[in-house]
Design a protein around this ligand. Structure first.
Ligand code: NAD
Length: 421
């Protein structure tokens, strides 16, 4: 246990460690290296002074964590959210290590964040915060060291400022230092929608195994940002009925189906989900109890605990968010016959197209949108079925199967590297 963590508080890093521990009996001789995954390789904690528009000074706290670099440079998003903590960023970096290995992408795991509510800053303040944060973590990032990307509260504009800051400090244009950039700066077609599309592909493949069609399926989605809105849109265009949505402003439902395109337009125009026409506003508790075939948590971690897991009325949970289900909830869901497609597979579409973007930037040769979609579809479907096959063979959950595949790859690389000195 790392010394600065509070063992009394159930926090995301503790969930990650428990998930790693569950794989130990399945690793054979590679289990010798398991502790490698319980200690992040390096952690950077930075103070970010920002001059406000009124001339005053505010300090923000930021982090960048390299969890594991055995399989390649670090890769993982940057989160701007008022509840960001070191503990959370550590867990998110650990899940990136597992996800990149589960998809067999040539990356290690990293993650970053700033404890800030970006909605409370002006655009110019947000730019100054982003540039200073980038400069402070500049000793860790780089196209062959660690490549950030968007996460909760960050987007293409933030990536543009990050790339520009890094490039100015280097004295050269370095497109490959971040992914999730605008197309005009070397971004990839299809990156923005990639995570949501990947969630849909994973859901569809899992549904196939359970004889659960997408057409007319009832779907509830928590989180209506980049991931949740695109996943909901993919379901809706394939004939599913979106029965409930939730974002930070509240929850809404309509048993006849919510018009997802209208909801996206409403939120894009600055409206709150709860104020959109044609839906009933419901409580958070009611949202979780809405009967569904597919439940897509796509907001933040730690949403489904053991108590809630007893009450959910769904058949398949597909984790768009990172870490939405606590380990004890996994056990309850398994005993109730509710399948969970874990985050490390389900939401890997984003990092997969980030990988495509990074490759395109290195070669300065860009692929068509159809090529991106086809390659994403193939990689996601193959990764899901590899995990599903192992889960059946070993009689373990999809999460444990994904961790077995990933940890075996990571620890085999560790074994080959050996220890220095
Ligand atoms: P986003 O900022 O675009 O959207 C987040 C959504 O969650 C918003 O609708 C927000 O209102 C909602 N939300 C926030 N707190 C909430 C709460 N307490 N209850 C209910 N809703 C809440 O972020 P995103 O990029 O869509 O990321 C969502 C999740 O997906 C995160 O867990 C992130 O780590 C994960 N993820 C994102 C990507 C990506 O490419 N963006 C890739 C993999 C995983």
């Amino acid at each position: 246990m790392l010394s600065f963590l509070d063992p009394a508080k159930p926090q995301p890093w503790a969930s990650f460690i428990e998930q790693v521990d569950r794989v130990a009996p399945h690793l054979g001789k590679l289990g010798y290296w398991l502790d490698t995954l319980k200690y992040p390789k390096r952690i950077l904690n930075v103070g970010i002074p920002v001059r406000r528009d009124d001339g005053s000074l505010t300090y923000f706290e930021g982090y960048r964590v390299h969890h594991n670099l055995s399989r390649g440079p670090g890769k993982g998003g940057v989160r701007f959210h008022p509840n960001v903590s070191m503990n959370e960023v550590m867990a998110l970096s650990g899940w990136m290590t597992i996800k990149n290995a589960a998809l067999n992408l040539p990356f290690g795991g990293a993650k970053g964040g700033v404890r800030v509510d970006p909605a409370l800053l002006s655009v110019t303040e947000l730019e100054r915060l982003t540039r200073r944060y980038t400069s402070e973590i500049g000793i860790l990032i780089g196209p062959d060291k660690d490549i950030p990307a968007p996460d909760v509260g960050t987007d293409e504009q933030i990536m543009s400022w990050m790339m520009d800051t890094y490039s100015v400090n280097k004295g050269a244009t370095v497109t490959g230092v971040v992914t999730g950039k605008p197309i005009s700066l070397g971004g990839s077609l299809g990156r923005r929608e990639a995570t949501g599309r990947g969630v849909f592909v994973a859901a569809r493949e899992a549904g196939l195994l359970q004889g659960l069609a997408i057409k007319d399926a009832r779907v509830a989605v928590q989180g209506f940002g980049n991931v949740g809105s695109v996943a909901a849109q993919c379901f809706a265009t394939s004939g599913a009925i979106i029965v409930a949505l939730q974002d930070a402003s509240g929850s809404v439902s309509n048993s006849a189906g919510i018009d997802v395109a209208a909801a996206i337009a409403h939120v894009k125009d600055g409206g709150l989900l709860v104020d959109m026409p044609g839906v009933e506003s419901i409580s958070t508790e009611e949202f979780w109890l809405v009967p569904s075939d597919y439940l897509i948590p796509a907001a933040i971690e730690g949403q489904i605990d053991a108590v809630l897991a007893e009450k959910l009325d769904t058949k398949l949970i597909v984790e768009g968010a990172n870490g939405p289900t606590l380990p004890e909830a996994d056990d309850v869901l398994e005993s109730r016959g509710i399948t969970v497609v874990p985050d490390v597979i389900a939401n890997a579409g984003g990092v997969t197209v980030s990988y495509f973007e990074w490759v395109q930037d290195f070669s300065s040769f860009f692929w068509t949108e159809q090529e991106i979609h086809d390659r994403l579809e193939n990689i996601m479907a193959a990764a899901f079925h590899e995990v599903a096959y192992l889960a059946k063979e070993r009689k373990v959950s999809l999460r444990t199967a994904a961790f077995i595949i990933a940890c075996t790859r990571i620890l085999a690389a560790r074994d080959r590297h050996g220890l220095y000195p």
